[in-house]
Design a protein around this ligand. Structure first.
Ligand code: SF4
Length: 372
């Protein structure tokens, strides 16, 4: 089944104005479109049957001419620290993951935008999968709806939307699927939908420079850049995208990124033992970020089987942070969450699914090789 080339409109993927036009085309009044939209994106209805105050005749007509993306929960793993990792099954049987991270002041979902990833960062499990396909807008937003619904069932929050924050840092490079991402962001930020604040939504990129500019011009969400290196030689070796958009170009795009007063770009820095965790790296990093309103998240690497990288030596992370702070760079060490369920940064790979390298290690590789 080719989800991306199925001409039947997917109600969950339609921008609000297109849903309104579709329902107006059926001879219905505008308030009906709003009613259906709220069912889809505020209450996260899993089916048309749930829309009990929408007349049956309209629901039947919608069922005839459209479809409705609803992800199926394939697995749920709960970590001792409260993190939950869900694997969702798409209509065509692909598996994608989202990770829920509760903290005292926020409840964050890490959302996937692609099945696999073509960027091929050498330290990342998702990168070893290659890209199977982009997710549709409906598949992106439905991760949020299914998570909200499940959290309500688990007593993790009240109201239709327990989640407070979203980070697009799950499987995939979000900006490589910009068309779907932009529609999904509009749906998630809409007043009639979940109404997330753009201050609470962060999109992460490995450095797709031209699309970063577009994101800055077309949205007000926050930007995170997965940096992970302080020289081109280092970054070329671990993030092949650097050969296309080297550090100087990436950092220029960061300097030019349109931001509201008081906003900062988050730079993610996965600390790989013996690769990028030396004191000289901290000094270079501070120099590179000069002039950029920045915050650095230091992420001690989680060792993944077969990828050949090591966690930083004890003490290296704190020393690195202290060196940055001494150079007036805001830097925090990000506590790794959900490591016991492979939900931490760089560990998402739809475990047990066709793309799981831990499974593929036992079988010949047949998927798309990681590009770059
Ligand atoms: S770190 Fe991000 S961009 Fe790089 S391979 Fe993994 S998912 Fe893709």
């Amino acid at each position: 089944m080719d989800v991306l080339h199925d001409d039947t409109p997917d109600l969950r993927s339609l921008p609000q104005e297109r849903l309104a036009a579709l329902i107006a085309g059926l001879g219905e009044k505008p308030f009906r479109a709003r009613q259906v939209y709220r069912w889809l994106h505020l209450r996260g209805a899993a089916s048309l049957d749930e829309m009990t105050d929408v007349p049956r005749a309209l629901r039947e007509r919608l069922a005839e001419g459209t479809r409705l993306t609803t992800l199926e929960r394939a697995t749920e793993q709960r970590s001792a620290d409260g993190t939950i990792k869900w694997t969702w099954r798409t209509r065509d049987g692909k598996l994608v993951e989202s990770v829920y991270m509760p903290e005292t002041d926020r409840k964050t979902l890490c959302v996937s935008t692609q099945v696999g990833c073509a960027v091929g960062c050498t330290f990342c499990m998702t990168g070893t999968m290659g890209l199977a396909r982009n997710l549709t807008p409906g598949e992106i937003v439905d991760q949020v709806h299914r998570a909200n619904r499940r959290l309500i069932e688990l007593g993790e929050g009240e109201g239709p939307r327990p989640l407070t924050n979203l980070v697009f840092m799950g499987m995939g490079e979000p900006l490589a699927n910009y068309r779907s991402l932009k529609i999904a962001l509009d749906l998630l930020l809409s007043e009639d939908g979940p109404n997330f604040s753009h201050r609470h939504v962060t999109v992460s990129t490995s450095g797709l420079v031209p699309v970063m500019r577009r994101l800055g011009e077309e949205t007000q969400v926050k930007l995170a850049v997965s940096l992970n290196a302080t020289t081109d030689a280092q970054r070329d070796a671990i993030m092949p995208i650097n050969r296309r958009y080297p550090l100087a170009e990436l950092l220029r795009a960061c300097r030019e990124f349109p931001m509201k007063q008081g906003r900062r770009i988050t730079f993610e820095y996965v600390m790989l033992g013996g690769v990028n965790d030396a004191p000289e790296d901290a000094e270079r990093l501070a120099r590179l970020l000069r002039g950029i309103p920045a915050k650095v998240n230091l992420i001690p690497y989680n060792e993944n089987p077969g990828l050949g990288f090591a966690a930083p030596a004890p003490g290296a992370v704190d020393r690195f942070r202290d060196l940055l702070v001494a150079r007036n760079v805001t830097a925090v060490v990000r506590r790794n969450r959900g490591t016991d369920i492979a939900a931490a940064c760089g560990q998402l790979a739809a475990e047990g699914g066709p793309g799981d390298p831990r499974r593929r290690a036992a079988a010949p590789l047949t998927g798309t090789p990681a590009a770059g």
